[in-house]
Every structure is written in C-alpha cells, then in structure tokens.
Ligand binder design. Structure first.
Ligand SMILES: Nc1ncnc2c1ncn2[C@@H]1O[C@H](COP(=O)(O)OP(=O)(O)OP(=O)(O)O)[C@@H](O)[C@H]1O
Ligand SMILES: Nc1ncnc2c1ncn2[C@@H]1O[C@H](COP(=O)(O)OP(=O)(O)OP(=O)(O)O)[C@@H](O)[C@H]1O
Ligand SMILES: [Mg+2]
Ligand SMILES: [Mg+2]
Lengths: 148, 153, 148, 153
C-alpha cells in the first residue's frame, strides 16, 4: 500500500513537471512534508524561470493558477476522468498565459472532453465548439457554434 | 465516456435548453449573469451532487426556474459510451424531493452514483472545478492535498 | 449609540443603492437580519433588472463583484478614505461591466485617489496614469505613462 | 491626503523603483508575476501591516529581494497633504526587525499607525483590497459584515 502510494506520487510528480514545463518553461515537483512519511502533507514546489523556488503561497495570482492547472492535468494523465469542467479557470491569467493554457487544453482534448466557461477571447479562439449564453428578462438562451 | 448533450428544464435561469457538446474542447461564454455557471451546476446536479455550496442554493426548491409557475426542475445528461447512449436524469419538486432515472428507469441516487463511479465520474470530483475554486489546491492544507493522491493511488 | 448606528446604516444603504444603480440599473439595499436589532447580522439584498431578488450567495461571479464594489464605494461616500487600492478587482467582470466599473472609478477619482491593478484593457483605457510593470531575470522594472 | 510616490528598495522583486502616482485614477498593469501585487503589498507594508497573509510571506526576511546580497528592504511612501509632504518609511533586516521613520525621524509602529489613523488610513483597512479578496464582503458572515458598519458609525 505504501509502495503504491509512493509509486503514484512519483508518477504524478513527473507529469506535474511535464505540464508545468509546457505552461511556463519552468520546473515543478511534488514531495512529502516528511520524507518517506505517507501520512504527512503533500508539498508542491515550483521554479519559474529566472526566479527562485518559493512557497506556492507566495506565487502571483496567475502563477498560482498555472500551478493548480498543472496539478489537475497531472492527476488526469495518471488517472483520467472522462471529462473535465472548468468554470472560469482563466480569470487570473494574462493574455500570453491564457493562450498557453487554452492551447494546452486543445491538445489534451484529443483524448479527453473539456467543457470550459470563459470570458477570455484567448481561450475561445482555441475551442472546437462555442456555446454562447445570453439572458433576456431573466430567461437564459443558448446558441451553439461549431468551429472545427 | 463523453457528455453528448445536456437538457435543462426549468433549472435555474433556463426554462428550456438542449445543449449538445463536442467530444473535444467546448467553451461556454456570455455576459455576467447569463447562465454559464448554471450550466456547470446543472451537470453537477444531474450527477447527484448534494450540498448548497456547489449549487449556490440554500435549498433545492431554489433551483426551480422562478419566473412562472414551474413546480419541477429536471436535468438530463446524454452520455456517449462505447456500447451506445446512456441517459441520466434528475428531477426535483417544490418539496425538495429528488427523482433519478437511468435510461428511463427509476433508480436510487446510490445506484446512479455507483454507475458513474464505474466510469471514474463522481459528483464534486476534482474533474469539475467551480467558479473561484481553481486555486483551492494551492490554498488547501498539505494533508488535505495528500488525500487527493490517496484517492487516485 | 443605537441611533447613530441606524442613521449610518440608512445612509450607507442609500449610497449602496445609488452606486449599484449606476453599475447595473438595478436596486440594492442593506438591512439587519433582525429588524431593529443592531447586534444581529447585516444583510445585503439586490435586484438585478428583470430578475428576482436573490440571496447574494446565489449571484453570479460578476454580479457578486459589482455588489461588493457598490458596497465599498457606499462606505467610501459615507466615510471617505483618502485613497483606495484594488488588486485585480475586475477579474470576474465581462467587458461591458468592466467598462462600467472603470468609468465609475474615473468619476469617483475626481475626489478620491484610486490605485488599481488590472489586466483588462477596459479598465486601463479609463486611467489617468498607467504604471507598466515587467520582470526580467527576476528583477521588476516600472514604466510610467501619463494619459490625461 | 494622497500618495504622491512610493519608493521600493530591495522589496520582493524590486531592487530599486520609484513610482509616482496621479492624485486621480492610476492603473498598474503587466504580465503575471511581474510585480503588480508586490507594489500593493509594499504600500501596505509601509503603512505598518503585520501578518503573513497580506504580504504572502511566511516571515519578514522573505520580503527582502532574494537575488543578490541585500540585507535590508525599505519602502518609503511620500504623501501629499494640505500642509505639504509627509514621508513614511519602513525598513526590515534579515533578523526580522522593523524600523519606522516619519519625515526622517525614528518612530514606533504605534506612532506611525496613530498618525495615519488621524487621516483615516489604517493598514489592512477596507480601502485596500488584496488580489482575490473583492468578494470577501459577500462571503463574510452577516455579523462580521455588520461590524464594518459599526466601525464607520
Ligand atoms: N431559480 C432561478 N430562477 C431564475 N433565475 C435564477 C434562478 N437561480 C439563479 N438564477 C439566476 O441565474 C443567474 C446566474 O447565472 P450564472 O451564475 O450562470 O451566470 P454566469 O453566466 O456564470 O455569470 P458570471 O460570468 O458573472 O459568472 C443569476 O442572475 C440568478 O438571478
Ligand atoms: N523576496 C523576493 N525576491 C525576489 N522575487 C520575489 C520575492 N518575493 C516574491 N518574489 C517574486 O515576485 C513575483 C510575484 O509578483 P506579483 O505577485 O507582484 O505578480 P503580479 O504582477 O501581481 O502577477 P499576477 O498578475 O499573476 O497577479 C513572484 O514571481 C515571486 O517569485
Ligand atoms: Mg459564472
Ligand atoms: Mg497579482
């Protein structure tokens, strides 16, 4: 059981590094608070290019979002869910990072279904289908647009 | 397994809508308050989620379209599976009672949840991230975060 | 003391309604959880045009932001602070609401200093001064642009 | 009272920067991680804020620019007041000790805070809203929110 845990941790950590590198060109890894103790806490550490490794609590808003997304996609690569739904996950991203994120989602979408809510055109331009919602007199209506 | 379409009947701001999804990358957009998060919550709802936080409703009757005389709200998800289509429905009435259907057959919530679990889907799983929650994994205590690894080991 | 509290509450509630109306064309008010009991909780209620009054917890992300901003500006009109600093307050706003918000800040800025952080061009176009920050090899640099 | 300029010396990602502000509407922009929130925190820092949450630092030495051999961090705010300029400085060293100056004269934190309070300014007051906190007033418990009215009554 302990073996399974640490094997999983190592694999997810590798995937986390891979996704984080795709998004930032930096490095990231997961480790236990107490080495070898599977009951202690899980620590996430990242190194943004040209910056020192910091506690993830002191990352900027956008950096936190990229870190969180890399973690979720690392879990997905290890144990895929059939679909992912993100409600305005890109709020804190600047235009450059927003586009990196949406391009990554587009690549992952060849093997997993993604449903994202977004206000950002950098996200919308990568979608294969756009669902437009409007409200009139308190009643919501939907328009569907196939892109590819 | 993918979500092929979602039908909302009297759910929150939707009197009637049938939304079909691509098997790839879908983006839902529109003005503030138009209904984007309501669609996300409709999917969570049909998957059997419980609790007022995920649905932003103090009680279940608040989920029923409040402009008009609707007495029930229903959401149906049509899934595409290797063996064909699977339809899951959840309906609630003004008394707060939920009714679940799987391919038209009445089921308990537990049966629905068990079926979904076989496909690696659970209500409120980490594959559904609600508005404002993306950085939750960062703000979590390290031991809570470790539990996420436990779950997938 | 009780008189002062309820007098303040009434004035802030009126200001809240005024600002909320400017941002949404809707109505808003403040009231006590228990009528007349100044030790009970403070309830905020709003009515977005063409929608019913709802608990503010069930408002959409952008609607919550507009409600919060109206509340803060109502406090400011009642008891002004000399300056206001908002770090990415406009994250959840769609382009139309973002512009309404930045135009309101521009109007209020004739009597109060505002320092906002933002990634949104709808906010930047209303500023009187833009401070651009960039980072290179972990070192931040600033460029200042006077607009008016 | 307005903020005329802010000088950052070895504070977080700023080795040296002197930023002058308009008395009206200022907007700080730039890429993720460039330093926008660091400027907001520098202002809070000079006003005497305490606590790791508002500064995103587990301890005070983490605020010192970490690329190089800097042993101190200092932030100076120049205020414009009816009677002229007022300069408030706060400096910290690697041992976590803070040193405050008001127009070049050494003061205690309490003296600085009292001076600011006369101008209706307080560190961590509701006039400074940190990233992600805008909807805090919505998520607050009603009794906490009522306390905000108490404070201004
Ligand atoms: N039972 C109901 N009947 C009618 N309308 C409802 C009901 N419950 C919620 N609403 C409305 O739905 C709207 C919220 O929609 P939603 O949260 O989906 O917006 P959104 O598109 O996600 O916006 P944002 O971009 O601001 O997050 C609110 O304005 C609310 O008044
Ligand atoms: N002591 C320090 N020395 C050097 N760099 C630091 C120090 N403390 C924090 N930083 C860096 O400052 C950066 C954060 O900057 P900040 O939070 O101001 O970004 P931001 O412009 O607000 O970005 P966002 O748009 O994502 O919110 C982090 O990348 C962090 O590595
Ligand atoms: Mg929403
Ligand atoms: Mg920031």
């Amino acid at each position: 059981k302990r073996e399974v845990f640490f094997k999983t941790l190592l694999e997810v950590s590798k995937e986390f590094n891979a996704v984080f590198k795709e998004l930032t060109n930096g490095r990231g890894w997961l480790r236990m608070e107490e080495k070898g103790n599977m009951d202690s806490g899980l620590i996430i550490e990242v190194e943004i290019p040209e910056k020192k490794v910091v506690n993830i609590d002191s990352l900027s808003g956008g950096e936190k979002t990229l870190t969180a997304l890399a973690f979720i996609l690392a879990l997905q690569r290890h144990k895929p869910s059939p679909f992912y739904i993100f409600d305005e996950a890109d709020e804190a991203l600047d235009p450059v990072n927003c586009r990196k994120f949406s391009k990554l989602i587009r690549r992952e979408a060849s093997k997993t279904q993604f449903i994202l809510t977004s206000l950002r055109k950098e996200t919308l331009v990568e979608a294969q289908k756009i669902i437009g919602v409007t409200v009139n007199e308190g009643l919501s209506k939907v328009v569907e647009v196939e892109i590819k | 397994l993918t979500i092929k379409s979602v039908e909302l009947i009297n759910f929150k701001s939707f009197k009637l809508a049938n939304i079909s999804f691509s098997a790839g990358f879908n983006a839902i957009t529109g003005p503030n308050g138009s209904g984007k998060s309501n669609i996300v919550e409709a999917i969570n709802f049909a998957l059997g989620i419980r609790g007022s936080r995920a649905l932003r409703a103090e009680n279940v009757p608040q989920l029923i379209f409040n402009k008009g005389k609707a007495r029930k709200a229903r959401v149906t998800i049509v899934f595409e599976e290797s063996r064909g289509e699977v339809r899951i429905s959840r309906e609630i009435n003004r008394r707060g009672r939920s009714r679940y259907l799987l391919n038209g057959i009445r089921k308990t919530r537990t049966q629905i949840v068990d079926f979904l679990l076989k496909h690696n889907v659970q209500p409120g799983g980490h594959n559904i991230i609600l508005q404002g929650d993306i950085t939750k994994i960062i703000k979590m205590k390290p031991v809570e975060r470790r539990a996420v690894i436990d779950e997938i080991s």
